[in-house]
Structure formats: structure tokens, C-alpha cells
Design a binder for this molecule. Sequence first.
Ligand code: MLT
Length: 404
Amino acid sequence: MYQINENYQKLPGSYLFSTIAKKVKAFSEKNPDANIISLGIGDVTQPLAPAIIEAMHKAVDEMANAETFRGYAPDLGYDFLRNAIVKNDYEARGCDIAADEIFVSDGAKSDSGNIQEIFSLENRIAVCDPVYPVYVDSNVMAGRCGDYNLDTQTWSNVIYMPCVKENDFVPEFPKEAPDMIYLCLPNNPTGTTIKKSQLQEWVNYANKVGAVIIYDAAYEAYISESDVAHSIYECEGAKTCAIELKSFSKNAGFTGVRLGYTVVPKELKCGDVSLHDMWARRHGTKFNGAPYIIQRAGEAVYSDAGKAQVKEQVGNYMKNAALIKEGLKDAGYEVFGGVNSPYIWLKTPQNMKSWDFFDYLLENANVVGTPGSGFGPSGEGYFRLTAFGSYENSVAAIERIKKL
Ligand code: MLT
């Protein structure tokens, strides 16, 4: 008789955004006339930029012709895309990253869930609390997190680094040395970030204690302040301790077409073993490459026209972020984030529980957000709104919230 991976049985509830989708569906079935505005999941709403669409059309035509048709993509990514990434995302920032250290994938969510596979089950992970749920859930599935405590909503073998108002949402070095440290900066969900000098301290710490940093830079395009690093490799010594995850979803609207990449420097070694070689082996075995059409679309993000167009889109979302943040402040809320990130993090009024505020907002304003406690116990009493809606919807949502 076969047995299942019992670790899955330990996971409480369903994936956060699936739970929210179910709740919203039930509400709208009961209230078919409600005009629901979703500022919940961080999904983009602006269409793919013209330069990207043009590149996709061209690539589609190539696929229709025997001379230019492409089958399996190289498993680690086409050179044209890897070279464009290196030139624009690394060389331009003074980071010495080679094209063969870039592993093109179908998105940062997959990479952030899969990367743990190349590490021992004995490793202890440290996460910010609140945190993007994929980091913890994927480690639970692998069997690295111990047992779940329903009361504290924590896993026995996970080191939590609370990020709350009292510490400006900046994680502090844990008391016990972790083996793997997940950092997402600018942060999802709190929308806050740290300065480059603070990131440098994390790099120094990881190198000192022998930990690896899994650095999720999915929201890098939203950085507006000059003292914030766009890549962890801007910090000295990062190549010996950090893996960086990047996404095309948030900067260029690829949520529906899927593209991302992971950087694993060749200098990153555990003893004599190269993590770069391990990830190449894993990627080669389990992944057949992101589609040619999508990689050409990714290349177009770095064209002159593409860069200008995606910059404008990011600017539009940041206009929403400012509008939401100011609107909430006017309405008397305590608000964080939204300056280097498309997420606005607010304290719930009258210490309402996060899920209670979710229901309150859905029922009374028909606005969907994300309960802070869904991201971890320290998110309790907080709530996340995204700036990825349309401008009109962001305005309407704030008007409705102000009337509550
Ligand atoms: C979020 O809303 O936190 C993210 O959009 C989810 C994701 O990127 O997978």
C-alpha cells in the first residue's frame, strides 16, 4: 500500500490566496449586485506593454515557420535573455554577475518554492514574520519545519524574525543561528524595506554564521529611495552567501505569462560543493525551459521602448500606492509601506483581528484586501492593500473606506 507525504497533512488550511478567493466567491454569490474591488492578491491589472506584445507577436510568427521554429528551450535560458538580464540588472548596478549564473524560470513563485530542494532537511530556516507564505509552506512540504502549533501559529523548527511597527518592520538577527535565511526586500507583505547598509549587515552576518540567504527581489522595480539596494549583489561578500530570486511579474506585468530567474553565483559553495552546479542539475532535470515566446517577451522588457513603457506602468501603480496611503491616513488609519513597494500595510482599527477586518471591509465596502495574520502571527492586527488595481478602483476603494 502506498503512503503519502505526511508533511502535507501538517499544513493548516489552504494557501492564503486560495482561501481569500473562496471567501470572495461565496460573498459574491450571496450578493450578486455587489461591485467588489479587489486589492487583495498582488496581481497586476495593466496590459503587457506594447514593446513586449510586439516581441511576442514576432516570436509567435517565428514558431509558425520551419526555419525559425524552436522546440525545447535551453533548460537554463536563452543567451539573448540571460545577456540582457546581466547587462541591465547587474552590470548597470556595478554587480559582477555572469550570464551563466542566471537561471531563467517560469517565475519567482516556483523558484522560491523549489530552491529549498538543494538543501539538507536538517537545515533550520529563518523567516521574517509576517512572510510570503510560499517560503514556509514549501519547507513544510519538504519536512523541514517540525510541528505546527495552532495556538501560536508557528512551526516548532522555524526561526521567526518578527517585523512589526515597534522595530520599523526591520528583521533583527535571530538568537539562534539559522542555516537558511529568507529575505524579501522590498518586503511582501509589509511594503517596507531596509537600507543598503542594513542589507550589508545581513550579508556579513550570513557569511559569519555560515548561512545562505534566499533573497527575493521581486519588488525591486518599486524602489524609489536612493539608499536602497536593487540587488543583494550590490553588497560586498554577497556572492559567497546569497541566492537572488527575480520576477517579471511585478515590474513588467508577466503574472499571466510567467517568467522569472534565479541567480546562483559560482562562488557560492558549501564546503567544496557548488550550489550553482546543484541548481543547474536540478533545473536541467525538472524543468524544460521557459517558452521561447515568453523569453523573447522578457528580452523586450530591456529594450529602450520596453524600459520606458514598464517604468511608466510601475509609476502608475506607485501613484495608486500614494493615493491609497494618503487616503487611509486621512481616514485615520496608521499606514506603512507604499514608498518602495506596491503594498500598503495598515493597522486594523480598534485592534480588530485581521480576518475580522477582512470580513468587515468586504461586507461594508465591498473591498477585498489581505489579512495580515495570513502571513504569520506577527501580522495579526494588520492588513494589506495592493496598489496593483486600476487608478479608478483605487480611488473608489478609498472613497468607500472613508465612508465607513
Ligand atoms: C501576493 O499577493 O502576495 C503575491 O502576488 C502572490 C504571488 O506573487 O505569488
